[in-house]
Write a protein that binds this ligand. Sequence first.
Ligand SMILES: Nc1ncnc2c1ncn2[C@@H]1O[C@H](COP(=O)(O)OP(=O)(O)O)[C@@H](O)[C@H]1O
Ligand SMILES: [Mg+2]
Length: 262
Amino acid sequence: MTNHKLVVRDLSVTMGKKQILNHVNFEVEDGEFLSILGPSGCGKTTILRILIGLLAPKTGTVHKDGVDITKASPSQRGMGIVFQNYALFENMTVLRNVEYALRLNKETKRQARQIAMEMLRHVGLEEHANKKPGKLSGGQQQRVAIARTLALHPDIILFDEPMSALDVDTRMTLRQELKDLQKTFKTTMIYITHDQEEAFAMSDRIMVMDEGVIVQIDTPENIIRNPADDYVRDFVIRNIQLKIDSLSRFAAVPEEGTGAVE
Ligand SMILES: Nc1ncnc2c1ncn2[C@@H]1O[C@H](COP(=O)(O)OP(=O)(O)O)[C@@H](O)[C@H]1O
Ligand SMILES: [Mg+2]
């Protein structure tokens, strides 16, 4: 198990009579960008809560760098998390938000301000350091949350639909910024989304889920070429195709004399 960053074996979770996760198995490689793609309610957040240590699975194990962390506390796991709703402290400045956890840690306490400012530089928010989060746009607030997480140098960052509340332009920009940050910090990233296009644009591999099971886990290219079943064909490929089709009608070359193009 030592060659993988993360090894998840046979995770099952039930709540009441409902099977939320059903024998989930996967590995994540060091430095990989893995998306977990599936419709609302299929169990994505439940996997994330188990990985970060907020939920104990009924059965199954999680190994990180070859060490069994299934029962480790969240703070022992070296993982960070970024949520859809940013989860910033509204009464603290942007800088204070990023400093906060650094100040609680003996090793980073004395350099907290310096590290925090450097992280804000990485996400292009230096000049907003002394503002309250409420004064920033959604995209900027999410950048603060990302800076706050990166400042602790986790070796894995989990994202739970971090762009769902943002407008399209911001999402496009943030996608690229996130990929650049991953290159800079060499962080393994696990990215939950229900947006097919986002998963295809960003991921090294995509894990397609449906109702508590993994239907397929592979590179975007292989999923397109060789979808595992009709569900992947419908939910993943057909959806992307529909988006492309709806755009392509605008790309048609206008006929002469329509006056559409000068
Ligand atoms: N605390 C809970 N109690 C009961 N059911 C839950 C709880 N948390 C999640 N569920 C159910 O588990 C399923 C998977 O939820 P979740 O992992 O949040 O899905 P996703 O993130 O893919 O939308 C859903 O049917 C949800 O209603
Ligand atoms: Mg969720």
